[in-house]
Design a protein around this ligand. Structure first.
Ligand code: ATP
Length: 259
């Protein structure tokens, strides 16, 4: 079974600047599928449409054209069922910044109908596994670094043990150690729970380490996809970065993929 089926997906943002109407095609005719248990990485430079795609798949945004099925449920009809079954990790995810990780997670658990005891047990296990110091569990979120907040976002998404996890740049902005913690945890999740993962990244090494298949997204179009080996062979390239450059004519911007 396919966890994600996307066919001919398009999304346009319309805005008026100085009286002129402008159209920005964030996604143009994107089609791809992700199998159950598979990890698929979308690689693309800033503004290529990665977040827009994740937002559509997590039912937060409605596309202008195309078909989407998540875990077999078509959108928008199956919206409620999809929401109950997926976890989404994103830096823009809403949190109560004045509350601590513990309070935020317990609040989320209540919304999901999970008992506070079970939520506490599960959330703390995940946060410890991700290397968040236990003494920080009760500090307000707003006093924490981006990396720490990201770990809390991952813990929240995993409270319901979702069969599908959508991750928008899960490791961007993390220090090398935290990045390895998060990547290791995602590998474990896939191995032990069979979770399907769709993640976006600017980081070639991350895509190589985690993904069964990689898709190159450039200016709203999926220009190539395959295993790392397939992409390298298609482009006649020695590594994934070179394959990306050759097949897209673009680089991923500097500074975000050094680790
Ligand atoms: N709400 C919006 N209103 C208008 N334009 C938008 C909106 N959201 C995204 N866009 C535009 O759509 C395009 C794709 O943006 P998107 O955020 O999906 O890219 P991205 O690949 O996630 O970029 P990044 O790597 O910087 O997060 C960009 O040109 C962006 O300006």
């Amino acid at each position: 079974m396919w966890a994600i089926e996307v066919e001919n997906l398009s999304k346009v943002f319309r805005k008026t600047t100085f009286g002129r109407r402008q159209e920005e095609w964030a996604l143009k005719g994107v089609s791809f599928r992700v199998a159950e248990g598979e990890t698929y990485a979308l690689l693309g430079p800033n503004g290529s449409g990665k977040s827009t795609l994740i937002r559509i798949l997590s039912t937060l945004l409605v596309p202008d054209a195309g078909r989407v099925r998540i875990l077999g449920y078509p959108l928008p009809e199956g919206e409620r069922r999809v929401r109950e079954r997926i976890g989404r990790v994103s830096v823009d995810a809403a949190f109560y910044k004045k509350l601590s990780p513990r309070e935020n997670l317990l609040f989320a658990a209540q919304l999901y109908g999970i008992s506070p005891k079970e939520a506490e047990r599960r959330a703390m296990a995940i946060l410890e596994r991700l290397g968040l110091e236990t003494r920080r569990f009760d500090d307000p979120l707003e006093e924490m670094s981006r990396g720490m907040q990201q770990k809390v976002a991952i813990a929240r998404a995993l409270l319901i043990r979702p069969p599908l996890l959508l991750l928008d740049e899960p490791t961007t902005g993390l220090d090398p150690r935290s990045r390895r913690d998060v990547q290791g945890f995602l590998e474990e999740l896939r191995r032990e729970e069979g979770t399907t993962l769709l993640l976006t990244t600017h980081d070639m090494a991350e895509a190589e380490r985690l993904a069964h298949r990689v898709g190159f997204l450039v200016r709203g179009r999926l220009v190539a996809e395959g295993t790392v080996e397939e992409l390298k062979a298609m482009a006649g390239a020695g590594n994934l970065e070179e394959a990306f450059l050759r097949m897209t004519g673009e680089g991923l911007e500097e500074g975000t993929d050094a680790s």
